[in-house]
Each structure stands twice: as C-alpha cells, then as structure tokens.
Design a protein around this ligand. Structure first.
Ligand code: NAP
Length: 287
C-alpha cells in the first residue's frame, strides 16, 4: 500500500497508473505535479489526482512513492528538483522509454545512482498524449520492465514491483543496456519507420492521390506516427547508439531486398515474405 503517491507528469502513462492504483485501493493520496496548472486542474477534474502542486519540492513532501512520468529530456531537471527534498524511505521510479539515459540523468543530478531509484518501463501505451487519454486497465497483462542498477535497494525494487503488479502488469527485470537494445529494435525502430514513411509520402508530388488511395494497411502501419513528436525526439536521442545500430541493420536488409527486386530474384523475395509471415503469425498467435 502506498500512503502518498506523487506523480510528476500526469499525462497518458502517469494518469493511467494513478487511475489503476486508485481503483484497486492501493494508494491513499495522489498528488500531481508538472509545469502547467491547466493540465493538473484537468487531472483533478477527472478524479485522477487528489491535489496538485507545480512546485516539485512541495509536491513530493511526505510522499512514500514518487513516479516520474515526463518526457526523457526532462528527467535530469526533475531529478535535480528532487535532490534533498525526498522523505526518508521514499522510493522514486520512472516510466521512461529508454533506461540508460535515466541512469545518466540520475548520476548527473545526485552524483551517483541513488539506492531509492528503480528505473522502470511499462510496455503499454497509445499514440495519444495527456491526461484526457489516460485510462483504467492500460497495464493489465502487459509487461513492465524494471532495470534496477547495482545501487538500487532491494526493498525499493520490491515496492515498485508490487505497485505495478497491482495494475495487473507482469514484471520482468533486465539490465538497462539490454532493455535499450531490445526496445531500439522492437519499438524505437518501428516508430522511426512509421514517421519516415508518412513524411516521405507526404512530400511526394502526388501526395493527395497517395493518401486518398492508402488502404487499411497504411493506416495500421502508420498509426504510431501520430505519437507525440517531443516524446519521440527525446527517445531517439536518449537511445541514440542502440537506435542507430538497429536502423543500420534494417537499412542493410532493406538494401538487400531492393537488390533482389532489381535483379528479379523471386526466390529471395518469396523467402523473405514467407519467413516474415511465419514469424508474424506466430507472434500474434501468442498474443
Ligand atoms: P504525456 O501524456 O505527454 O505526459 C507527459 C507529462 O509530463 C505531462 O503531464 C506534462 O505536463 C509533463 N511534463 C512534461 N515536461 C515536463 C517538465 N519539464 N517538468 C514537469 N512535467 C513535465 O506523455 P506520456 O505518453 O505519458 O509519456 C511520459 C513518459 O512515459 C515518457 O518518458 C515516455 O517515454 C514514457 N512512455 C510512454 C509511452 C506511450 O505510449 N506514450 C509508453 C511507455 C512509456 P505539463 O505540460 O503540464 O508539464
């Protein structure tokens, strides 16, 4: 049970987490914090938080759990604002989509990775942003990856694990560097492809025609290009090395496919499509 939860950044993810913890009766009071009073007022109206404060130090007073749910580029400033302001025994976690950069931000702000910090990443979300898009049940049966550092206290990690289990999420642990490699390939690369595809088509002269005749597949494939540009900008640079590696790998394979088409290598193209279909069918069968 969390007595006082402070959510810094009451948007899609922070808001959805608060909603679930409240519904399950796993939290006493929820305090919201961010830069903009209008966003926080909206969160209050929606019943996602009990009260708010735009002053981070005041917002975390007597909180036993602090969840930082802001874009990755804002992490260092938030950690700096927390320095010396947390109650003894308070646990801090985040929900950022890259994890190595969170450890760097913590080291910048605190001088070392503090034992009370438990970096985490819920593998759930939508292309919408803000507290109005937050919803109950977003994390049910979804994975939450914890990437505790060697410095992370075991009791802090356990508290964060229990919090996420309360939302119905499944918890797995891995190192921050492994997380960043895996997510570069499975999430950050697809977002780059979707954004680039829409941008390339949008800049072609026949733009109107292209979007007019685009079928359902185009809509499905490009849905994630409606995600928040600032958030994805931050993820791109926070996970720069692993993302560039994944993009280069993809680019090499795409060039091989282009060569195969150019030289009329039907076997190579059929083999590519067959392999990919089998993998995709297997993946969707397993949910
Ligand atoms: P969001 O809906 O845009 O919410 C972000 C919140 O952060 C807003 O309430 C914003 O409020 C606040 N904020 C932004 N900059 C701030 C700053 N400098 N100081 C204090 N508050 C600040 O974003 P989200 O989709 O929930 O994403 C939040 C985090 O979750 C990101 O790190 C993202 O990588 C991660 N994540 C996202 C998804 C997804 O599908 N969206 C999935 C997993 C993880 P104000 O404007 O009022 O400051």
């Amino acid at each position: 049970m969390i007595n006082r939860l402070c959510i810094i950044g009451v948007g899609l993810i922070g808001g959805s987490l608060a909603r679930d913890l409240r519904r399950e009766g796993l939290v006493g009071e929820v305090v919201g914090a961010s830069r903009t009073t209008s966003n926080l007022k909206r969160a209050l109206e929606l019943g996602v938080i009990d009260r708010y404060d735009t002053n981070i130090a005041a917002a975390v007073k007597e909180a036993d759990m602090v969840v930082v749910a802001v874009p990755l580029g804002a992490m260092t400033d938030i950690f700096r604002a927390l320095r010396g302001k947390l109650d003894d025994g308070a646990v801090v976690t985040d929900v950022g989509s890259a994890k190595g950069s969170v450890l760097e931000a913590a080291t910048d702000a605190f001088g070392e990775v503090p034992g009370f910090l438990v970096p985490a990443h819920p593998i759930a979300g939508t292309e919408h942003s803000g507290v109005d898009a937050s919803m109950e049940g977003m994390f049910k049966d979804r994975m939450v990856i914890l990437t505790p550092a060697p410095e992370t206290r075991a009791d802090a990690a356990q508290k964060v694990k229990s919090m996420w289990q309360g939302t119905g999420a499944k918890i797995i642990e891995m190192s921050a560097s492994h997380h960043d490699e895996v997510l570069a390939a499975t999430s950050h690369l697809p977002h780059m492809l979707a954004y680039t595809l829409v941008d390339v088509l949008g800049r072609m002269e026949e733009r109107v025609e292209i979007f007019r005749f685009a079928a359902g597949g185009f809509r499905d494939f490009t849905r994630i290009a409606s995600s928040d540009p600032q958030m994805w900008h931050d993820i791109c640079f926070a996970n720069r090395d692993a993302l560039v590696h994944a993009l280069e790998h993809f680019s090499d394979d795409l060039n091989q496919a282009i060569d195969a088409i150019r030289r009329g290598d039907s076997e190579a193209i059929k083999a590519l499509f067959t392999r990919a279909k089998a993998l995709r069918d297997e993946y969707t069968k397993n949910g």
